[in-house]
Write a protein that binds this ligand. Structure first.
Ligand SMILES: Cc1cc2nc3c(=O)[nH]c(=O)nc-3n(C[C@H](O)[C@H](O)[C@H](O)COP(=O)(O)O)c2cc1C
Length: 373
């Protein structure tokens, strides 16, 4: 039975926005989500259709799942896509072409897991395991600290992947600097205990990322969007904070901004949570205020439960967070809103929100992860 549309103004969300050289037709991005549907690291036609379907139904910017760079140990899965090798690159070219045909823009998320916080210790001898200090978690050293040679090789692998992404027609790249993976292992003192220039205070711990950003920038030129995704939280510990106050956040963000980042993607579990005591501003809001750069927010948009409880609880398609998104966007707290699980559950999510058809949304459930629907 048709239901009456829910009324609110979506004008702010459907106003185009430009990140570096990429003009995005609205403010909704698909959040990067690992799907494990690329056998031998090669994204096939069903992956292309999965992304194209979301673009067809209104997603302005697709940010791909983490796609790994060409370096030993960048992934320990056989079904996470590569951004290297002829077949994988041909697969991505098809994805890009299909998303562009639907009037969407697409950024590739570039990833190296490092000492994978989820799988690191279980992988055993013979596996390529690298991390700044060999620590899989604070106090749990499982291998030697990365050598300068290994650092240089990873930097070069990110630069090569970005160059290939640009050549394939991607509209930008996003560096996965969050959630406790390799770049974030350098950011966090819990896993970076180095005493050389890659370790030390919050600014010194950005050096690895700064070298990656500079190397990527040298490959892709000044206008190509290079986004950095970062998070306070780690997969191994949701209570961690890289920065405990705005001054520390500023010290963290300044070298990354100076290195040539186009925009920041602030990975939070709930997009509305104030970041520091004494202010309502969220991590995205602070990042925009401190850097003046475009900012992408994320976290439980269109959901009633948060990331951690996603497998334990059912979810609904509440209107409250949509209203909150619009209000904060109008206030200028962020520029783009990434949507994760809600878009897995319902490929038409953006179109339904645009048309006020919230009651027709398919709510997220763990089954949404089972297929590339
Ligand atoms: C199945 C799944 C896979 C994910 N994979 C990635 C990933 O590859 N890279 C990344 O930066 N974040 C990843 N995330 C985090 C999402 O990008 C997003 O930040 C998180 O789901 C919160 O957004 P949501 O509440 O809208 O789902 C993943 C999340 C899910 C649910």
């Amino acid at each position: 039975m048709p239901t009456a549309p829910v009324s609110y103004s979506v004008d702010a969300i459907f106003t185009p926005f430009t990140i570096g050289g990429a003009r995005i037709k609205n403010r909704f991005a698909m959040a990067p989500m690992t799907r494990n549907f690329s056998p031998d690291g090669i994204p096939g036609p069903e992956v292309a259709e999965y992304y194209a379907r979301r673009a067809r139904h209104g997603v302005g910017l697709v940010i791909t799942e983490g796609t790994v760079v060409d370096h030993p140990g960048s992934s320990h899965s056989t079904s996470v896509p590569h951004l290297y090798g002829e077949k994988a690159l041909a697969g991505w070219a098809e994805v890009v072409q299909r998303v562009h045909a639907e009037d969407g823009k697409i950024f590739a998320q570039l990833w190296h897991v490092g000492l994978d916080p989820l799988a690191g210790e279980a992988l055993g001898p013979g596996t390529a395991l690298i991390g700044p200090s060999g620590l899989v978690a604070p106090g749990r050293q499982i291998t030697e600290p990365m050598t300068q040679r290994q650092i240089d090789d990873v930097v070069a692998a990110f630069a090569k992947a970005a160059a290939d992404a640009a050549r394939l027609g991607f509209d930008g790249v996003e560096l996965h600097g969050g959630h406790g993976y390799l770049i974030d292992q350098f950011f966090w003192e819990g896993t970076n205990q180095r005493t050389d220039s890659y370790g030390g205070g919050v600014a010194a711990r950005t050096r690895f990322a700064v070298e990656i950003i500079e190397a990527v920038r040298a490959e892709v030129g000044p206008d190509f969007p290079v986004v950095l995704r970062f998070s306070q939280w780690k997969t191994a510990d949701f209570t961690v904070k890289l920065a405990t106050d705005p001054q520390e956040l500023e010290a963290f963000l300044a070298p990354l901004t100076d290195a040539g980042i186009t925009a920041f993607h602030c990975s939070t579990r709930r997009f509305w949570t104030p970041e520091f005591d004494g202010s309502d501003l969220t991590l995205a809001g602070w990042t925009k205020k401190l850097t003046g750069k475009p900012v992408i927010t994320v976290g439980s948009v269109g959901l009633d439960s948060d990331y951690v409880t996603m497998f334990a609880e059912g979810t609904g398609a509440g209107t409250e967070s949509i209203a909150g998104v619009i209000e904060r966007l109008e206030r200028g707290e962020f520029d783009v809103v990434a949507v994760g699980r809600a878009l897995l559950a319902d490929a038409e999510w953006v179109a339904k929100v645009r048309d006020g058809r919230l009651r027709e949304l398919t709510p997220f459930s763990p089954q949404s992860l089972a297929t590339l629907a």
